[in-house]
Each structure stands twice: as C-alpha cells, then as structure tokens.
Ligand binder design. Structure first.
Ligand SMILES: Nc1ncnc2c1ncn2[C@@H]1O[C@H](COP(=O)(O)OP(=O)(O)OP(=O)(O)O)[C@@H](O)[C@H]1O
Length: 305
C-alpha cells in the first residue's frame, strides 16, 4: 500500500460545544502526491489544516504525519519536515527578498545562506532578490512565502488556498511551481481550495469536505471516471427551435432547450463534430459551443445540501 504522509483517524473538533466543525475526519494523503483538499467556503479546510499543524487542539482522534503520531513530544520533530503557507505570508515590505528569507531562516535551525539562494531559484525570484517587497506583485509575494516554507527542505508542504487573489498569470505561475516541486523533489503537497478547476488541473488526489465531513476521497482520475464519459454541450444558435428539432432527429441522446441554449449529451468527441455539421447543413448559425465540466457538476452534487 502507498505510504501515507498525512493520516488522520476519527478526527473531531469544535470551536464551541453547540457545533461539530470537524467530524470523524479520515484524511489519507499518499507520499509523493499532490493532494487537493476541496470544499465550499466554511466547510472546514482551514480548521483541518490548523489541526494538522497543531495550531488547534483536537477534541478527539489522531493525527499521524510521516508515520508518527502528532503529540507534544513529537511536535517539533514533525513540524521540522513540514513547510506551510496558510495565510498571506508576513513579509517586511521595506526589506528585500534575501533579507526576508534571512529573517525567516533565523527561526529555523541550520539553514545556510546557499539555501536562501536555492529557494529563490526554485520559486523563480532570483531576478528580483534585491527588490524591496513593497515593489513585489501579490503573485511574487506568494512565491516568496512559498520560498520561506521551502527553507528547511520539507518533505510535506501545506498550502491554504495558495492562488486566492492572484491574477491569471499569477495562478499559472503558482500552479507550475507546485507541479515542478512535486516532480523534481518528490515533495508531497497538500493544497486546499474551493475551486474544483484548480484541483483538477494540479492534483493527483482529491478529498472533498462538506460541513466538516469527508464525503469523497480518491485519485483525481477516479473522480473523472466515476462521473461517466458522456460529454455535455451547451450550444448557442440563431434558430434554437429549428436546431432543437434537427438535433432530435439525430437520436443521439438527451436534447433540450434551456434559456435559448441547446443542451445535448454526446458519447464522444467525434459526435461534437457531427452535431456541428448537422446544424450547419440546416443553415443554422452557431455562435457558441461550450463543453460542460462533468467534474464541476459532480462537485456541486456532492457539496450541495
Ligand atoms: N475562530 C473561529 N471561531 C469559531 N468558529 C470558527 C472559527 N474559524 C472558523 N469557524 C467556523 O468553522 C467552520 C469551518 O471554517 P473554516 O474556516 O475551517 O472553513 P474553510 O473551508 O477553510 O472556509 P474558507 O474557504 O471560507 O476559508 C465554519 O463554520 C466557520 O464559521
């Protein structure tokens, strides 16, 4: 069986007695995975991360990291192997990246000056290492935060919503970095997000949480398979009613008209071309064809009450 880097058993936690915020959580993060911890706002992602890092005291259950049970005795040894970016990194705006990393390195043991330059290289900030942080973009600040979490060369990195607030370029940079870290150094990465698209693009494994309970946990590939392979299309045309009868004659599968958009389910990519050909042959103008994300639907069906 795959070695687990994070393994919680029957983990329970409440902020106050009236509510159970984390309930019997069984988190299983395999070594070498990029694990996406997915859930709507308020579902308990940040609380779980705080429990993993010992920043909150669990009500009951166990947290096992790297095969060792987390407790007061093992805490420091375990945390030495973990890098975390759980809020916006606290940075000294009037200092440059090197000085910020030097200060962060002082909180850890035996971090060499060479390592500071290595982590800057990893997060692709070498070119801006002497720039003051107040001149950094949000994406650069996030990457510097990631660099800080890498200082001790951790085996596990925990990132709480790392792309929050970033522009599309910043999101792509962060996504690429996460994948590179995992591929190049074999680092296990645990990322929380409320965006399925983010997890789908980056992660190998996924755990979906709702109201503090794990409702799905498997590989991303299995999540895709479990939804079946039909492709759902939304099509915008100039003559929706005519298009509807043309497509019904095709006998391909479910066809419907919703808010002037045709909705059709096809079995293969080749069928998408067929649908377009038939519409064009009937002189119907097509303005838009959108492929619906099956995973998005699955995520919504799993997380909606
Ligand atoms: N300090 C706190 N005191 C009391 N309740 C809290 C506290 N922090 C969070 N909660 C509650 O615990 C539940 C889980 O919150 P949590 O922040 O872990 O969710 P989340 O999945 O990380 O959400 P988000 O994506 O919005 O950050 C929510 O109901 C929230 O209101």
């Amino acid at each position: 069986m795959n070695q687990l880097i994070v393994n919680t058993n029957n983990l329970n936690f409440s902020y106050n007695k009236s509510e159970q915020d984390i309930e019997n959580l069984e988190l299983k993060v395999p070594k070498g995975s990029i694990y996406g911890f997915l859930g709507p706002n308020g579902s308990g992602k940040s609380t779980t991360i705080r429990l993993l890092l010992g920043l909150l005291k669990k009500t009951s259950g166990t947290v096992v990291l790297f095969g060792e049970t987390f407790n007061n005795k093992t805490r420091l040894k375990i945390l030495d192997q973990v890098g975390a970016l759980i809020e916006n990194p606290s940075l000294y705006e009037h200092l440059d990246a090197v000085d910020n990393l030097r200060i962060a390195a002082n909180y850890r043991q035996n971090i060499s000056f060479t390592r500071i330059h290595e982590v800057l290289e990893i997060v692709k900030l070498t070119h801006a290492k002497n720039k003051k942080i107040k001149e950094y973009s949000l994406g650069m600040k996030q990457r510097l935060g990631l660099a800080m979490s890498l200082l001790s060369n951790p085996e596990l990195i925990i990132l709480d919503e790392p792309t929050n607030g970033l522009d599309p370029k910043g999101i792509i940079e962060m996504r690429t970095l996460i994948k590179d870290l995992n591929e190049t150094y074999g680092t296990t990465i645990f990322i929380s997000s409320h965006l399925l698209s983010e997890i789908e693009r980056t992660c190998t494994h996924v755990g979906i949480i709702r109201n503090g309970k794990m409702i799905y946990q498997d590989t991303v590939a299995s999540l895709k398979v479990s939804k079946g392979s039909n492709i759902k299309l939304d099509i915008e045309v100039d003559l929706p009613n005519e298009a509807l009868s043309v497509l019904k004659d095709l006998n391909m599968g479910n066809v419907a008209l919703l808010d002037d958009f045709l909705q059709i389910e096809v079995c293969s990519k080749e069928d998408i071309t067929k649908v377009i050909d038939v519409l064009r042959a009937s002189k119907i103008n097509i303005y838009q064809v959108t492929i619906k994300n099956n995973l998005e639907e699955l995520f919504l069906s799993l997380t909606e009450n």
